[in-house]
Design a protein around this ligand. Structure first.
Ligand SMILES: Nc1ncnc2c1ncn2[C@@H]1O[C@H](COP(=O)(O)OP(=O)(O)OP(=O)(O)O)[C@@H](O)[C@H]1O
Ligand SMILES: [Mg+2]
Length: 418
């Protein structure tokens, strides 16, 4: 039986048929798979399965009973096989998913694309966002669920439609916003900057004032820690614990966070600011979003070109400011203005002394953002250890910067955050 073990996820390929004839043999072969004992998730891949009888279903029940603490998924079922699982009540016992629809991206216009993802225009109502290299719908499902939860809580965001398969990886079909990116509007109408920043502040405060039940969304702290855990092999135990400590120092909250809040992930639709790029949408202290904004409009502007290249690999043939404009949508000078207006507006009414203390804390977490970004990159570079090792060097550079500061003192400034 074909099986694959990756990052704690055990995927087992089910055979074409599991009937009275082969069910006992199937059971024997299945239950001896060594990684069943350590897997944090078991996936039964039904890609090839065309028929399963009651004896076959019983084997799956036995598997679940034996490893009852490990989540079990049955993925990629055909419509016919799904019906068997549904008729027998298995769909209410297990997470059974139908085979994803295959979409050939070459038929569509690419509207944005980078190393790790691409966005295509499907029609006047829909876009397709593909995550390169991601093969499991379980990795995308939390994103779709998060967008749905945000939407039904009245937050201004798009409607998610469907998870699909493409030749480049798993993708999701989302509502197309026929509107302009806030970064484009800022560049086009600088005279309206104050109004745009006010809208950004209002939206980030709306997020921070929207409470969710703890179980409906992922926690920012836990998300960052699980990415760190997946990259644990790259670090010494001491480095691992240091980053974990920095994440844990931020108190948990049940309020919403965008996770990558900046003007290129916001669109203005009929005078209303909308959130796009919700991959990191989660629950947590608003410090995470404010620090992200500081990272984008300050820390990224002020790092030296060499370090910037170590982080982003833009290649030195391109001047860094041009690269920055390409990914963030504004010049260094505009970034300064955006940050200063945002920060002073967000903390309006605070004393200058309190603001300068809060700023120090925000800057600490803006630098941590480089680290968590690079941890993500390392996880995507598992097949390219040399390149990942270079990223780890860069993480160490930022870690050294953070270690020279007194976080125990800085974190107390959170008490000033009203
Ligand atoms: N729902 C949408 N409606 C219209 N355009 C969209 C939508 N979602 C994404 N886009 C376009 O695709 C671009 C990239 O999308 P998104 O920000 O979700 O992906 P990303 O992988 O984070 O890319 P980036 O690294 O540029 O932020 C956006 O800047 C926007 O131009
Ligand atoms: Mg984006």
């Amino acid at each position: 039986m074909d099986s694959k073990f990756d990052n704690g996820v055990l995927s087992i390929m089910l055979p074409q048929r599991i009937s009275a004839q082969n069910a006992p043999a199937f059971e024997k072969e299945l239950l001896v798979i060594e990684q069943l004992k350590t897997a944090k998730e078991i996936i039964l891949d039904a890609e090839n399965l065309v028929y399963i009888s009651s004896l076959g279903l019983r084997v799956i029940l036995k598997l679940q009973k034996k490893f009852k603490d490990t989540p079990l998924f049955i993925l990629n079922t055909s419509a016919e096989v799904y019906k068997i699982f549904d008729d027998t009540g298995f769909t209410s016992l297990f997470n059974v998913k139908k085979k994803l629809r295959y979409v050939d991206t070459s038929a569509f216009k690419l509207i944005a694309g980078g190393m790790y993802g691409s966005v295509y225009l499907i029609n006047e109502e829909q876009i397709l966002k593909v995550f390169h290299g991601i093969q499991s719908e379980n990795d995308i499902q939390p994103v779709i669920s998060a967008i749905r939860v945000a939407f039904v809580h009245g937050l201004p965001t798009i409607i998610p439609f469907e998870i699909v398969r493409t030749e480049k990886g798993i993708g999701m079909i989302l509502e197309l916003l026929n509107s302009e990116m806030l970064s484009t509007l800022i560049a086009k109408n600088p005279q309206n900057l104050d109004k745009y920043i006010e809208d950004m502040i209002e939206l980030s405060k709306t997020l921070a004032n929207t409470t969710f039940e703890e179980t409906t969304l992922r926690s920012r702290n836990e998300m960052l820690k699980s990415k760190l855990k997946a990259a644990a092999d790259f670090f010494t135990p001491e480095e691992f614990l240091t980053v974990e400590k920095y994440i844990d120092a931020v108190p948990k909250r049940n309020t919403a966070l965008h996770g990558d809040f900046h003007a290129k992930n916001l669109m203005m639709s009929d005078d209303m600011l909308m959130l796009i790029d919700m991959d990191e949408f989660s629950l947590g202290h608003p410090l995470w979003d404010v620090a992200n904004l500081n990272c984008i409009y300050q820390a990224m502007v002020h790092i030296d070109k060499e370090t910037a290249d170590d982080v982003f690999d833009f290649g030195k043939s391109l001047p860094y400011e041009d690269f920055y404009f390409k990914i963030i949508g504004c010049t260094f000078a505009q970034a300064e203005i955006i940050w200063n207006k945002f920060f002073n507006g967000y903390f309006l009414g605070y004393s200058e002394e309190d603001k300068s203390k809060i700023l120090k804390l925000v800057e600490f977490y803006a630098n941590l953002k480089f680290i968590t970004f690079l941890i993500d990159v390392c996880n995507k570079l598992k097949d390219n250890p040399d390149k990942a090792a270079k990223k780890v060097q860069t993480i160490r550079y930022f870690l050294a910067k953070l270690k020279s500061q007194n976080l125990d003192m800085l974190i107390k400034y959170l008490d000033l955050w009203k």
